[in-house]
Design a protein around this ligand. Structure first.
Ligand code: AMP
Length: 176
């Protein structure tokens, strides 16, 4: 069985969580199976090999599960993108809109520069709001955005369209 089908079987889909109408894709069961994790990292790193990636940006919090392993597999550095107020100075920030209101993400300013080639990673692509804000952070420091990497994406939401403005490849293993 290929990794896409294995993951599809292993995701725990929880309806109406964390609120009514949301079909939550819980990735936790994947991480109790080291063999599956290994295979997943391999499938996720493969498309980006030879692309000169120097930084993988993992988005809080489930982007921290795979991000560091993905960075290791690509021989790149890992950087956290966190909600405002969690990282010590110096940081750069970007606000973006949520369904109701606004959110702000931050990233350490001194661990990345304009010569970096960056891959943005999160566990799941929904509307693309969070990954898009991270992409704007990358652009604001003048680094090259090479692409986006997700474990899964929700194809009934316009996440890919939202990220198309950045004109770079978007990879995910599983599509819901
Ligand atoms: P978005 O910015 O809308 O693309 O949302 C992506 C973020 O929200 C990711 O960090 C996901 O972990 C989380 N997320 C959104 N929808 C779901 C869902 N249905 N199941 C699990 N996580 C989700």
């Amino acid at each position: 069985m290929n990794i896409e089908l294995k993951l599809l079987e292993r995701f725990r889909v929880v309806e109406d969580f964390p609120k009514k109408g949301i079909s939550f894709k819980d990735i936790s069961p994947v991480f109790i199976d080291p063999e599956m994790v290994r295979e997943m990292i391999e499938a996720m790193s493969e498309p980006w090999k030879g692309k000169g990636i120097t930084r993988v940006l993992g988005i809080e919090s489930r982007g921290f599960l795979v991000g560091p392993s993905l960075a290791l597999a690509l021989d790149a550095g890992f950087l956290m993108v966190r909600k405002k107020g969690k990282l010590p100075p110096d940081t750069i920030e970007r606000s973006y809109s949520l369904e109701y209101g606004e959110a702000i993400i931050e990233m350490a300013k001194n661990d990345i520069n304009s010569s970096d080639r960056v891959l943005i990673h999160d566990d799941l692509l929904a509307t693309g709001g969070t990954a898009g804000a991270a992409a704007h952070l990358v652009k604001s420091i003048g680094a090259t955005l090479v692409g986006f990497s997700f474990i899964s994406s929700l194809s009934f939401l316009p996440g890919k369209e939202a990220l198309s403005q950045f004109d770079c490849p978007i990879h995910s293993i599983v599509e819901f």
